[in-house]
Design a protein around this ligand. Structure first.
Ligand SMILES: *Cc1c(COP(=O)(O)O)cnc(C)c1O
Length: 426
């Protein structure tokens, strides 16, 4: 059986396959650069694992309180060395990215303090955490104030307004690296570093937290290399490498991580408790695989962007732009097109390939969301997935792919479904 007939059996027609191959022929230098980045970051992770003398005893399960869990402590040291921080908190007890961010925020913001978001609206789920949308137990309910400075129309930081917004009460500044569910550009680590330097010059005592979701291993540097006090993310995104079944991480200064650990468990207990429940093999191995898994996802994002750009859709980032995260937004313009795109991604999956994604009111989001995902880890978005709030401009956010070839199939099938629905002609 030829590769072409395998694609035919998977549902990709010859015209769609040929269109894809034509797009790909121009992407050779881009893919080489992605491979070089993976090579660099693979070395960085290996150095951290070797320095900490990772060995088989570190994979043992612990239960109960989890005192003296050397595997857990070693994993945290590996994260800290990779991110070049003094300490790290990496736990299955951190249930997701939103939880990790909540721990980082609520451990540092006390009644009367103010949180500043200098780069526009934060990720949807943080609106209830902060209290932008009312919620029990929000920071607002605990007396924490909030200020936001929007980006300038060209997507850059409004330095003048940021300087004005930093005041006596400003305690913590939160910067989100990735675009999330917005169509703004994602920020480079360098841009984030400039913003941090600007803020710390005006108020050296402020704590800076960076939401690093989807950004890990896309560049040589991480936000922790450019002055972030806390760098935060989810293990069912890039750093879990597709193997971690749950978890979140916070890498940062010793003082910050201590507060985060006290918030996560209890004052006085901190990092000393928290059994690993047998999850450490997947955490270590997933982190080991994360640089190449991230590279696969990046190739998928670059391919998607170039395919859809060629067909006349607005894509963010554009086909030729430099990448700062693994997310690709495609503005599809209608509910029907979003459904067709997601149907294609779903049809490519190793798990649940036969189901039809439908929009639903997902907890934490303020409009209906459609999601395509056929993942080994439920909801994992380092695995091939597409989602987006069903509201104008009807943008789908495409991300992930544990292997490049799976990401490629997903994109080809999304195109196929749009062609079949008469929305796109090749
Ligand atoms: C995914 C994401 C989050 C939240 O992570 P969950 O694991 O879904 O709770 C926060 N910020 C950004 C930018 C994200 O992409």
């Amino acid at each position: 059986m030829s590769t072409e007939s395998i694609y035919a059996a998977l549902g990709v027609s010859r015209p769609v396959l040929l269109f894809g191959e034509k797009v790909l022929s121009d992407l050779v230098p881009r893919f080489r650069a992605i491979d070089e980045m993976a090579e660099y970051n693979q070395g960085k992770v290996l150095l951290a694992m070797q320095k900490n003398r990772v060995n088989a005893t570190h994979f043992a399960a612990t239960t109960g309180y989890g005192y003296n869990d050397s595997g857990r402590d070693t994993l945290e040291a590996v994260y800290a060395d990779t991110f070049h921080t003094e300490a790290a908190l990496v736990r299955p007890q951190i249930t997701c990215g939103t939880h990790a961010l909540t721990v980082a925020l609520s451990s540092h913001l006390l009644p009367g303090d103010e949180l500043l978001c200098p780069a526009g609206k934060p990720y949807d789920t943080l609106e209830e955490v902060i209290g932008i949308r009312e919620s029990p137990c929000s920071l607002k309910e605990y007396g924490v104030g909030y200020r936001q400075v929007d980006l300038l129309p060209d997507g850059s930081f409004d330095y003048g307004a940021i300087a004005d917004a930093i005041g006596e009460k400003t305690k913590l500044v939160a910067i989100q690296r990735s675009k999330g569910y917005q169509t703004r550009p994602s920020f480079s680590v360098e841009q984030i570093g400039e913003l941090i330097a600007f803020i710390k010059k005006r108020k050296p005592t402020v704590t800076v937290m960076v939401d690093n979701c989807y950004g890990e291993f896309v560049e040589e540097k991480e936000p922790s290399d450019v002055g972030a006090d806390m760098t935060v993310g989810s293990l069912i995104k890039n750093p879990g490498g597709g193997l971690a079944p749950i978890g979140g991480y916070i890498c940062g200064t010793k003082a910050c991580i201590e507060r985060c650990a006290y918030r996560l468990s209890a004052p006085g207990l901190g990092q000393e408790v928290g059994a690993n429940l047998g999850l450490l093999p997947s955490f270590f191995q997933g982190f080991f695989l994360a640089p190449t898994v991230t590279a696969s996802a990046l190739k998928g994002a670059v391919f998607a962007s170039n395919c859809y750009e060629r067909l006349g859709f607005r894509v963010i980032p554009t086909g030729s732009e430099e990448r700062h995260d693994i997310i690709q937004a495609v503005e599809l313009g209608s509910r029907e097109a979003m459904s067709a795109f997601c149907l294609g991604i779903q049809a490519a999956a190793p798990v649940d390939s036969y189901v039809t994604p439908e929009p639903w009111p997902m907890p934490g989001y303020d409009s209906e969301v459609i999601m395509a995902a056929g993942a080994f880890v439920q909801g994992s978005s380092i695995e091939l997935s597409a989602d987006g709030p069903v509201r104008p401009p009807y943008a789908v956010y495409f991300q992930g792919g544990l292997t490049w070839y799976h990401a490629k199939l997903g994109i080809l099938l999304s195109l196929q479904k749009l062609v079949d629905a008469g929305i796109v002609t090749l």
